[in-house]
Design a protein around this ligand. Structure first.
Ligand code: PLP
Length: 436
């Protein structure tokens, strides 16, 4: 069922699937199979030649993954998408699909730590330079661009600073110069549709809000279908020149009968084929279950987070609350309103007056919140970055990345708000003992 004209609540339940043609099953079946019987040699030949799209081998495509792919593409207003084994593989493949040794990308400095490692170490080892720029001035992206720049990269709602990325402003610079914007929208599904604001590619760690139940690791790349790769022939040889790995297919040509999907078609049939970071059908099933209630859950995450913000602002143990709506800079607050139309998110940070010791006592006395290095679970989660995720950084680098000694990050869940606040009260009371 093609439901991209429906509202998000409907798309997540209906897009890409009606009932199983073989059994009539209403729930999407787990097609736990490695391979698929060809109807004839002619059928097999036309599948391999991409004259027709169909199932060949589950490393490259699978009917359960296909439903998830169609649903998320419809939700974001994209042309097609590709499910992968993790958010990390989605970020890496999104870039490797258009950049090779000798090329560069320009990235925001406000990134998840795993992406930072990929960009600061692994991609450069493969010959892809990553130029980091401060996203608070979009023009920094233009200044860092040259003829070898293949993409811009940023997160919609990066933590710990929780300052919203200027999507339309940077996408417009990219349109001027012929550079597509890749947005990691992991922390803001439903709340933000980056393609509507001019982004060309969206990546997700489905491990977080899309799954929602903390059961599975997965990732996804959405192709907006809105970037003119042929207009910028010189910049994108990987899409515009014959590909020796697929009997000299030119991806912009090969995709023409199928739609504006040159980018994602190539990612599937070359990089997923070669690197093998496939999502398992069972995990795709788990993400489909999560996706069905995502709009409902996001509303609750946002509502609970807004109440937690108010609660923390009134507490004497807390020196500062970090949330997209309460930035001191009016321009940054305006960005939150412009880009997070469906709610301001479930992530928030706050600083305890008592520094590291207060942070430890706060975390150690929580009973409801889980102490984990994760976000986007239906359960409430908390972490003290100075003693965990950011502990390998010098104090100076921690502060540069937005992490003070007393900083605590919360991923507010969908439990009853009274129970969430009671647990926070317990934590703050314990933390106050480090302040006397
Ligand atoms: N992007 C963001 C914003 C994340 O928070 C994470 C994981 O925490 C990732 C990407 C990587 O995703 P995964 O853990 O599924 O590989």
């Amino acid at each position: 069922m093609s439901s991209s004209s429906h509202n998000p609540e409907t798309i997540v339940l209906h897009a890409g699937y009606r009932a199983d043609p073989a059994t009539g099953a209403v729930a999407v079946p787990i097609y736990q199979t490695t391979s698929y019987q060809f109807e004839s040699t002619t059928h097999a030949e036309s599948l391999f030649a991409l004259k027709e799209l169909g199932n060949i081998y589950s490393r490259i495509m699978n009917p359960t993954c296909d439903v998830l792919e169609q649903r998320v593409a419809a939700l974001d207003g994209g042309a097609a998408s590709l499910a992968l084994a993790s958010g990390q593989s989605a970020s890496a493949i999104a870039i490797q699909n258009i950049a090779q040794a000798g090329d560069n990308i320009v990235s925001s400095t406000d990134l998840y730590g795993g992406t930072w490692n990929l960009f600061a170490n692994t991609l450069p080892q493969q010959g892809i330079e990553v130029r980091f720029v401060d996203p608070s001035d979009p023009e920094n992206f233009r200044r860092a661009t040259d003829s070898k720049t293949r993409a811009y990269y940023a997160e919609t709602l990066p933590n710990p600073k929780l300052e919203i990325f200027p999507i339309a402003e940077v996408a417009a610079i990219g349109q001027d110069l012929g550079v597509p914007l890749i947005m990691d929208n992991t922390a803001a599904p439903i709340l933000c549709r980056p393609i509507e604001h001019g982004a060309s590619i969206v990546v997700y760690s489905t491990t977080k809000y899309i799954g929602g139940h903390g059961t599975s690791i997965g990732g996804l790349i959405v192709d907006g279908g809105n970037f003119d790769w042929e207009k910028h022939t010189e910049r994108f040889p990987l899409l515009n020149q014959p590909d020796p790995s697929y009997h000299d297919a030119v991806w912009t040509e090969a995709a023409k009968p199928l739609g504006p999907i040159a980018y994602i078609l190539k990612a599937r049939v070359t990089l997923l084929r070669d690197l093998g970071a496939a999502m398992s059908p069972f995990n795709a099933f788990q993400f489909i279950q999560g996706l069905e209630t995502l709009p409902l859950r996001m509303r609750e995450h946002c509502r609970n987070a807004a109440e937690v913000v108010q609660f923390l602002q009134d507490r004497s143990e807390v020196s500062r609350v970090i949330y997209p709506t309460i930035n001191e800079d009016p321009e940054k607050r305006a960005r939150a309103d412009k880009y997070l139309q469906g709610g301001k998110g479930g992530l928030l940070g706050f600083e305890l007056k008592g520094g590291t010791e207060a942070g430890r006592r706060f975390i150690d006395s929580l009973e409801l919140f889980y102490h984990v290095a994760n976000i986007g679970d239906a359960r409430s989660l908390a972490i003290h970055p100075a003693t965990t995720t950011h502990s390998q950084l010098s104090e100076e680098d921690q502060i540069r990345s937005g992490v003070t000694p007393g900083y605590v990050r919360l991923s507010v869940g969908i439990e009853h708000i009274d129970d969430i606040l009671a647990d926070l009260d317990r934590g703050l009371t314990a933390a106050s003992k480090a302040m006397t």
